[in-house]
Design a protein around this ligand. Structure first.
Ligand code: RUQ
Ligand code: CUA
Length: 660
């Protein structure tokens, strides 16, 4: 390298170093205590204490880690196709990603929340939202698979979701962008926001046994942006608290125009009342909606897709006692409810303090008609001071989210000042602060949104990692940081990279899930219409240009492994039944030139790959999962002949006598 190049390079490096340091909290290198490694080290063969379910953000998926180790166990495909598992590529899973807009291969998964019984995670399901094409998903915690996806009508951007009530009676989904309601009259000028744009808050019921979703009813509201929410619990069970920004009702340059008002709102909704009105038939049936409802069937191992066209809507401005607004400083983001249900924490993204509201005071204000003189678009506004428990003073800059521990403390994430701050929920006194590396968004305490938090660990999910990991080009991984919160001071234990962008997360004790985690699908209970009941039934059937291959896999061969008589113009369906009945024994299937993905077939399951050959010739196929010593031998050939060829359909394994 020439001297001049050295100089230029050196100068650039120096500038970079100073600009890094400018936003780098002090003591970044020495923040970890000596025995941190021991406290996160899980010796080989031993298990983690918690499952950590983490949103994958713009990857559209949900990932599962262990805590305290930070080890990644699984990425559960939810809203995005996943060629690794054939999600969205196999014929059985394609219907899961159908929407009223057709097949949508991607979304942005922000929040996950577990199903609750009595305000505690019950280990049945995880719920997740998709932000872009508004949908809710339910993930089965026996199979770690997505069992159901429902689209949310009248909604633009399903950010404020999925927040569940104390017994998962409902999962709530509220619109981020108010939009004109679905149907005929939505071709309106965008600057008619104030007249034509409406918010909708959906109450999606969850069947106690099966978990099945149904949009019970929606509440129509004035045009507001709903951001985040928590359902009440304990004393506030039956209520719902939603942060609202853009009370200015701006429709352009929101950065400026939606940041004008000194205060926006937290909307308090009496959902038990809303349910009463709905059951009493006070809602209106809207029949010009179209939304997808997709369900996985555990017996056929196949998803179904239907479009629904009806939803019941209640306009909150037509009821006196459904909703109230609490003023909340500066574009609130998180609205988080303390374990007892008494306190509601509002985090204004641009605020310099954290207001903590009291449910008891809110109730007193409502029954005493202690409202501002002017309503907001017909909704009563409770006086700020009347609902206020108190303010956490000088907590940090840019509060976003708050979680709770088992000792009466709250933990708030601060994006701008890049730290987690611990404070006492009753006294509002700041007790501790620890830097995050860097710019934390969500944070999670184990059980921190339940009635009895497990405490012990806090994880900060950071937006920026800069110098934390080996550089990987312009895009760096996001990161999670694990803190031990069992003592007075939080202690940083570990950094670990995450899939996509992590938003909200849940931690469930390992014992809650381990025992019931499914190991195999019972092959006798397999009701797939194209199941093959053993190798003797493996065959190829032609019906016009549709060819169905009834195929089986078992260590270490595929039956049939020689297939002839396929012609150009055929649509070939490989229905692969995995005959194994042994845990952790999937087989894969892939064929040369297939323009979709592999299949990964679980023991006892039948899964289908569609293949339309594009040329004449010999096409090898093979098992993609290293299943045995002779896995490389687990393969076969398909012969494709020209259209109209007289090569007969035939197939076999191990001898040259045709089985068809
Ligand atoms: S958000 S970083 Cu999409 Cu939950 Cu607060
Ligand atoms: Cu089956 Cu490799």
């Amino acid at each position: 390298m020439k001297l001049r190049q050295y100089l230029v390079f050196g100068l650039a490096a120096a500038t970079m170093a100073t600009s890094f340091q400018a936003c780098r909290p002090k003591g970044a290198g020495s923040a970890v205590t000596g025995d941190a490694a021991q406290r996160t080290y899980i010796p080989p063969g031993q298990y983690d204490e918690f499952y950590n379910f983490v949103s994958g953000g713009f990857s559209g998926q949900m990932s599962v880690y262990g805590l305290p180790s930070g080890r990644l166990f699984r990425v559960i495909p939810v809203f995005s196709v996943d060629p690794e598992k054939g999600w969205g590529f196999s014929e059985e899973t394609k219907p899961m990603l159908q929407t009223s807009h057709g097949f949508v291969p991607w979304d942005d998964l922000h929040h996950i929340e577990s199903s609750f019984t009595n305000g505690m995670p019950d280990g049945k399901w995880m719920f997740a939202n998709s932000n872009n094409t508004p949908r809710l998903a339910r993930i089965n915690l026996e199979t770690f698979r997505t069992d159901e996806i429902i689209e949310i009508p009248n909604t633009g951007g399903n950010h404020c979701s999925p927040f569940t009530t104390e017994n998962s009676e409902y999962v709530i989904a509220a619109t981020r962008f108010s939009v004109p309601p679905d149907g005929a009259d939505s071709d309106v000028p965008i600057d008619s926001y104030k007249e034509n744009f409406k918010g909708h808050i959906s109450f999606v019921s969850v069947d106690k046994e099966t978990g099945e979703f149904d949009i019970a009813f929606q509440l129509k509201t004035p045009g507001l942006n709903f951001d985040l929410s928590s359902a009440g619990k304990g004393v506030s069970n039956g209520w719902l608290f939603i942060s609202c920004y853009n009370s200015e009702q701006a429709h352009t340059l929101l950065e400026v125009n939606a940041s004008k008002n000194d205060k926006d709102f937290i909307m308090a909704i009496n959902w038990k009342k809303a349910e009463e009105y709905f059951k009493a038939g006070r809602g209106t049936k809207q029949t010009n909606v179209r939304y997808a409802h997709n369900k996985w069937d555990e017996h056929t191992h196949t998803a179904s897709h239907e479009i629904k066209t009806e939803v019941t809507v209640l306009d909150i401005t037509e009821f006196e006692d459904l909703a109230y607004l609490i003023p909340c400083p500066k574009s609130p983001h998180g609205a988080d409810v303390s374990p007892t249900g008494e306190y509601i924490v509002g985090s204004g993204k641009l605020a310099a303090l954290i207001p903590v509201f009291s449910f008891e005071k809110l109730q007193a204000a409502i029954s005493g008609n202690d409202f501002e003189s002017e309503r907001y678009d017909g909704i009563p506004v409770v006086k700020y001071e009347s609902a206020l428990h108190g303010e956490v003073e000088k907590p940090g800059l840019g509060p976003l989210h708050t979680e709770f521990d088992d000792k009466g403390n709250a933990y708030t994430s601060f994006f701008v000042s890049s730290e987690v701050v611990k404070w006492n929920v009753e006294t509002l006194e700041v007790l501790d602060r620890q830097p995050t590396y860097y710019s934390v968004g969500h944070l999670m305490v184990a059980g921190g949104n339940s009635k009895n938090p497990y405490g012990k660990y806090l994880v900060a999910y950071n937006k920026i990692t800069k110098d934390r990991f080996l550089p990987t080009g312009p895009e760096l991984c996001h990161s999670a940081q694990l803190f031990d919160i069992s003592g007075d001071k939080m202690e940083l234990l570990l950094d670990f990279p995450t899939i996509g962008e992590p938003h909200y997360a849940q931690a469930l004790p390992a014992d809650l899930l381990m025992e019931k985690s499914l190991q195999i699908y019972d092959i006798n209970a397999n009701k797939h219409p194209y199941k093959t009941n053993g190798e003797s039934e493996a065959r190829v059937e032609r019906n016009g240009n549709i060819v169905r291959v009834y195929m089986t896999t078992i260590r270490s061969h595929i039956t049939p492994d020689v297939i002839e008589g396929i012609q150009m113009g055929d649509e070939v369906y490989f229905h692969v039944t995995n005959l194994e009945q042994d845990w952790d024994m999937p087989h894969g299937f892939a064929i040369k030139g297939a323009n979709n993905s592999e299949l990964l077939v679980m023991p006892g399951e039948t899964t289908t790959l569609k293949w339309v050959p594009d040329r004449v010739g010999i096409f090898p196929f093979y098992c993609t999962d290293f299943c045995s010593a002779l896995h490389q031998e687990m393969s076969g050939y398909v012969r494709v002949s020209p259209k109209g060829s007289n090569v007969p359909i035939k197939s076999y394994t191990g001898e040259s006598t045709p089985t068809t």
